[in-house]
Design a protein around this ligand. Structure first.
Ligand code: NDP
Length: 341
């Protein structure tokens, strides 16, 4: 099967009717042309940035999905056949152009081989050793330059990015405050080492809740959600604080009418705050990536970092998974298991 987009959704919340599950003929190795691979999809990553791809916007940093065409994105697959000298049957590969199909043919470029004997489940290459984890590293380490003794506040703290941000900050000796949308998530955030955590949906006044958790103020805010939470974080920032502006998921489905207008931006000047917006893909070519891999794989080997995946089974359930991200129904990094490895 293949998951296709029915129509672009410029604003507002997408629905299941915007996607179509289609039966497709299964490609075979006989159809391979020169330098191509036949890939059986194992896992597909479901990520908030895909909301931008649904929009049809032509001026985005990522290519938009096209109505009538198959979705694509980060994933892991196994090579069933290859006419490329670089790949052989059985190789496990990862990349960001995997089609939302159970099996597909692709040109043998733009994929990375996963070491066969790593002993690490392939899905981890979409999480702890993948894009969301590197995103946490770029925000906490490369941009905010987190230092021992500082206080960091992290929103969507139990998610794909947030859970790593907590652990990287703790490893550097920061005081970590996490916010998440359910009591279970809050308990998980604490189990990762956060010094304080709260449920932002039930805490009442957000500014007061942050102040209670961080009575000495916030030096770094790792923003995953934007909107009202960003406003409350701004009100709690210390002088010379940094905001690692990673994402604003609370606004991705907003319309002109429902978009939240941030009121506390005025504090940026007197508090001399830096707002550090970033896109992780800009950092793969920098030394930061090798440093990230060294640090996180060592932590993994030594059992010093945990990672929670939220696995949904079946490609046909992928679109619902994507919609669920915007309602906080995922608990951990969301992946779709398409086939067993
Ligand atoms: P998560 O695994 O954290 O899933 C999204 C979570 O966001 C939900 O589980 C929910 O958690 C929270 N959420 C959803 N809707 C709202 C809302 N209206 N208000 C507040 N919280 C909400 O996703 P990721 O870790 O993959 O992504 C986190 C952020 O990082 C996103 O904004 C994403 O766009 C961004 N990102 C940016 C990158 C970059 O290069 N700049 C790269 C990767 C991600 P809860 O139940 O706690 O509310």
């Amino acid at each position: 099967i293949s998951v296709k987009l029915v129509r672009n959704v410029a604003s507002g919340a997408p629905t299941l009717a915007d996607f179509k599950i289609e039966s497709t003929s299964v490609p075979t190795k006989e159809s391979l042309q020169n330098d191509q691979i036949l890939v059986r999809t194992l896992y597909l990553s479901v990520d908030p940035y895909m909301r931008g791809r649904l929009s049809g916007a032509q001026d985005s940093y990522v290519e938009s999905f096209v109505a009538g065409k198959t979705l694509f994105g980060l994933g892991v697959g196994v090579i069933e056949a290859s006419t490329s000298p670089d790949y052989k049957e059985g190789d496990i590969i990862t990349g960001d152009t995997l089609k939302w199909e159970c099996k597909f043919i692709a040109n043998a470029r733009g994929f990375t081989k996963i070491p066969a004997s790593s002993g690490i489940s392939p899905a981890n290459y979409l999480g702890i050793l993948g894009m969301p984890s590197f995103t946490a590293y770029v925000g906490v380490v490369s941009l905010a330059k987190a230092k021992a003794g500082e206080t960091i506040l992290i929103s969507a703290a139990s998610g794909a990015v947030g859970q790593v941000a907590i652990q990287l900050a703790k490893a550097r000796g920061l005081c970590v405050i996490g916010a998440a949308g359910s009591d279970d998530k809050v308990e998980f955030v604490k189990s990762l080492g956060a010094d304080a955590a709260f449920n932002y949906k039930t805490c009442g006044d957000l500014t007061a809740a942050i102040k209670k958790a961080a009575p000495n103020g916030v030096d770094i805010y790792f923003d995953n959600v934007g909107g009202e939470f960003l406003d409350a974080a701004l009100a709690n920032m210390n002088s010379f604080g940094r905001i690692a502006e990673c994402g604003m998921i609370s606004q991705y489905n907003a319309t002109e009418e429902t978009a939240y207008r941030v009121k506390n931006l005025i504090r940026v000047v007197p508090k001399r705050l830096s707002i550090l917006g970033f896109i992780v893909s800009d950092y793969y070519a920098k030394p930061d990536y090798a440093n990230f891999i060294t640090e996180v794989s060592t932590m993994l080997k030594e059992g010093k970092i945990q990672y929670k995946l939220h696995e949904i089974v079946g490609l046909e359930n992928g679109p619902q998974g994507l919609l669920d991200l915007f309602e906080g129904k995922n608990f951990g990094k969301l992946v779709v298991k398409v086939a067993s490895d």
